[in-house]
Design a protein around this ligand. Structure first.
Ligand code: GLU
Length: 482
């Protein structure tokens, strides 16, 4: 059997969406799982909507997610170029073949004529389609139109009453009746191909064996099958993966939150977490385990475990997965990864002034509170924000004896080399003054942070250092006894 080859063929008309990212991922995983190749091709024939910035953004998104391809944009390959606008002459050659064999024809219909036909069909309750007005123009009529300077399109002549079948890997056997499909444009009046034509030519020339793409393209498949048939091309296998729905079971859209992949990077999701999460949308491994590394997923991946029913974008699940991946990062890595978020936050300057050890300890101390990397900007507030007291904290602080304990702490708080030093100091202080541990720890936490809950106290105190700690305790004493 020849080598398996799949492709991801985005149109650079916007950023890479969650759905596109998942299609790219499934192609990548399938290629990895069978040691096949992945091609990246840009379907940029919609000149009004395609933009170079979007192409760049799509590529950046794919790299971020950890998807690599063996052939195509950026890496080159035997079928260069891989941008459809640069392959114009190739499509024209095949369109010419279809013209020569009488399977395609020039169409001179104007927008107005087409719209009128559409309206008439709708009024009669029929499917709007092109009824073939230009099919039988005589050579003279054609010449005349050309002479008038009308730029024609080329239409494919749809065979009458033919059933096209596809044995889709996900959806099973699907049949399409050609009679509801009108002759469709394969080359537009600007000379560029339409999607349904270019996709077939490219998939054939690039040796694609499996077309794995979104379910919404199933309705395009009959038109593509007609082209395969007309040009005597062997059809690839098709796998149309199910839709992604929002939590309300409606098609995923902006209403449901961020739809482009890069937004998730900006919100502080880790690429490994996103990879894991996207892979589980429409595919499932055999076991129960949900946390899987890219290589584990690639090893377990197979097309027969793709789901037929729609996938639901479950934000809680993504958050849970991301949190698990954050927990697994080593300290240094985590400190590095949250840094860009902090640099952009109001705490950027304060963070810059911290020494490396204290900075790393600060991040480690807050790790368990992070669902996404950007949460760090909220969490560091405990260290840098002005003291404000919660009602519960004030209750603690107003208890009898608390002021005395805080005064002792303010007077004796040591310069320390580690959170452990501080712990030892607090233990000794408790013993010496014959007080209960909870009557020291809780009031101290409330005095320095204004809150009853928070991250590890000795670590916080070490991060502040003696001067800031004492300043905070004194400020609280002042607040209690103005
Ligand atoms: N350019 C198409 C899209 O972005 C690709 C569809 C296909 O994979 O055939 O949706």
């Amino acid at each position: 059997m020849s080598k398996i080859k799949v492709r991801f063929a985005p149109s650079p008309t916007g950023p890479l969406h969650i759905g596109g990212a998942r299609s790219a991922l499934f192609n990548y995983l399938y290629a990895l799982s069978v040691e096949g190749d992945l091609v990246l091709r840009m379907e940029d024939t919609d000149l009004d909507r395609s933009k170079a910035e979007y192409e760049q953004e799509i590529i950046e998104s794919l790299h971020w997610l950890g998807i690599e391809w063996n052939e195509g944009i950026e890496v080159g390959g035997p079928q260069e170029p891989y941008r459809q606008t640069e392959r114009k002459s190739i499509y024209q050659e095949y369109a010419q073949q279809l013209l020569d064999s009488g399977q395609a024809y020039y169409c001179f219909c104007t927008e107005e004529e087409l719209e009128q036909e559409r309206q008439e069909l709708i009024a009669r309750g029929e499917t709007p389609r092109y009824l073939g007005r230009c099919r039988h123009l005589s050579p003279d009529q054609r010449e005349e139109k050309m002479a008038q300077g009308i730029k024609p399109t080329i239409r494919f002549e749809v065979p009458a009453h033919k059933i096209y079948l596809v044995d889709d890997i996900v959806r099973g056997r699907v049949s399409f009746d050609s009679s509801i499909i009108g002759d469709f444009i394969i080359i537009k009046s600007d000379g560029l191909p339409t999607y349904n034509f270019a996709v077939v030519i490219d998939d054939v020339l690039m040796g694609i064996t499996h077309v794995i793409r979104a379910e919404e393209h199933l309705s395009n498949t009959p038109r593509q099958l007609m082209i395969y048939d007309a040009l005597n091309f062997k059809t690839p296998a098709f796998a149309h993966i199910s839709l992604i729905l929002g939590s309300d079971r409606q098609k995923m859209s902006k209403r449901h939150g961020a739809t482009s992949l890069i937004q998730y990077r900006e919100m502080g999701y880790l690429p490994e977490a996103m990879f894991n999460f996207l892979a589980l949308m429409g595919w499932s491994p055999e076991g129960e385990e949900q946390l899987l590394s890219p290589s584990e997923i690639a090893r377990a991946f197979s097309l027969d475990r793709l789901a037929k029913s729609p996938a639901v974008f479950d934000m809680d699940k993504l958050n849970w997965i991301n949190q698990q991946y954050i927990k697994k990062l080593d300290s240094e890595e985590l400190a590095l990864k949250v840094r860009p978020f902090l640099d952009r936050s109001p705490y950027g300057e304060a963070i810059k002034e911290m020494d490396k050890d204290r900075y790393q300890l600060l991040i480690e101390t807050l790790r368990d509170h992070l669902v996404s990397l950007s949460d760090i900007c909220r969490e560091v507030g405990v260290v840098f924000d002005e003291l404000e007291y919660e009602e519960e904290a004030l209750q603690v602080l107003k208890q009898e004896g608390t002021a005395r304990i805080l005064q002792i702490l303010a007077d004796n708080f040591p310069d320390s080399d580690s959170p452990e030093d501080i712990k030892q100091y607090l233990k000794a202080m408790i013993k010496q003054n014959q007080v209960k541990a909870k009557n020291v720890f809780m009031p101290l936490r409330c005095a320095v942070s204004g809150k009853v809950h928070g991250p590890d106290l000795p670590s916080l105190l070490y991060i502040w250092g003696k001067e800031e700690t004492v300043k905070r305790i004194k400020q609280t004493l002042q607040h209690l006894n103005p």
